[in-house]
Ligand binder design. Sequence first.
Ligand code: NDP
Length: 449
Amino acid sequence: MFKNEYLKRVYEQVEARNKGEAEFLQAVREVLESLEAYVEKHPELEKWGILERIVEPERFIQFRVAWMDDAGKVQVNRGYRVQFNSAIGPYKGGLRLHPSVNASVIKFLGFEQIFKNSLTGLPMGGGKGGSDFDPKGKSDAEIMRFCQSFMTELSKHIGQFTDVPAGDIGVGAREIGYMFGQYKRLRNEVTGVLTGKGMSYGGSLVRPEATGYGLCYFTEEALNCMKNDSFKGKTVVISGSGNVAIYATQKATQLGAKVVALSDSTGYIYDKNGVNLDVVMDIKLNRRARISEYVKEVPTAEYHDGCSGIWTIPCDIALPCATQNEINEESAKALVANGCKVVCEGANMPSTPEAISVYLANGVLYGPAKAANAGGVATSGLEMSQNSLRLSWTFEEVDARLQGIMKNIFHNAYDASVACGAEGNLMVGANVAGFIKVADAMLAEGVAY
Ligand code: NDP
């Protein structure tokens, strides 16, 4: 609960204004709770209404997306873009296509994005968007028609200096390609208006790998500095089997760990010999099939229905890389009981507040999403730089910058945790470090009357 009156008042107002938006309220509460010590020392925040402003999106756009399916039937979905905060740069954040998308999910993701983008050290504000469209089971042509219709409206609100969307759940290279093509047709201009583009039309090397790789660079640095340890010889459990999970598996393996489990929304696989990533990539990236197919190719592995069982597998390190609130209190307790010492988040807000309390009470090294998974948006920022320069950097160059950024994020979060009297609490550290830069910019830019 809040001790500081100002924080309490702001949170109550957010609750009253955003009734029933559970994910958004969860994200706001976590950030505001982390700011107690900082807000106590900075009365100017209240004087200038910084918190009241930071919790309210600058703009929230909702729109109809009508498209025709292969049977000639008109389908209608709902599209969103939240342009949450532009204090330090153009809005930047992914687009999610998943049936669970609603205003609360988009606002929680957009709010988190403000602080994540600030932590990268790059000039990017916070935004997020998407639709309740379900890409599963759709043909390529249906995906294309949906993306074109979605972009027809979204194009009115974005631009290289205004708002630069990217991928997220359900949006990979194929969807970015269709949306980029439509934007170009409508505007008759070729700009870096989306990131995650293909290499043949302005994409950046390392962008596909960036979130998963960045997660591992962050985790390795945290292990190194906080536990004098590393990935080498560790057993790792990773949830999901999408973009983030696949490249986290690849990098953790390169760093000497054994990844024994992956999942999707129907179930999980356990391969005690270490998952064969070539098989997973073929199933997920080429065939767009279910993870259960894995045991047909690797009969020594096990497949189990349901998502939460994955957290009962003994491991040293858990990297949740699927979706929000996928680890609850019970799953966190199972992880701890089975020897897990490190949880670093590839997905956004994958741990419930109760799960985070379990980690902190048991000395688990906890790397929160907005710090640990910032490598994706950081590399999107590098894609924007290359587009502006009309240059392409080498894989090694982008990868080296990504490593430097992830190390910096860890150290900034750690140092901020020390400054707030919460040494080693990277959740508090990341929230405070991300907040300070945005708040300073908002103070400098004044209030518009
Ligand atoms: P993908 O769509 O590539 O993969 C998502 C994976 O998570 C799939 O295996 C999917 O299974 C599973 N999943 C999705 N929803 C659920 C659910 N409700 N329950 C269980 N499993 C689910 O997405 P990404 O890998 O890009 O994103 C994963 C997470 O990482 C998200 O939280 C995203 O916000 C976050 N993230 C992504 C970034 C990026 O660069 N892509 C950057 C920073 C964060 P199925 O196929 O069955 O749906």
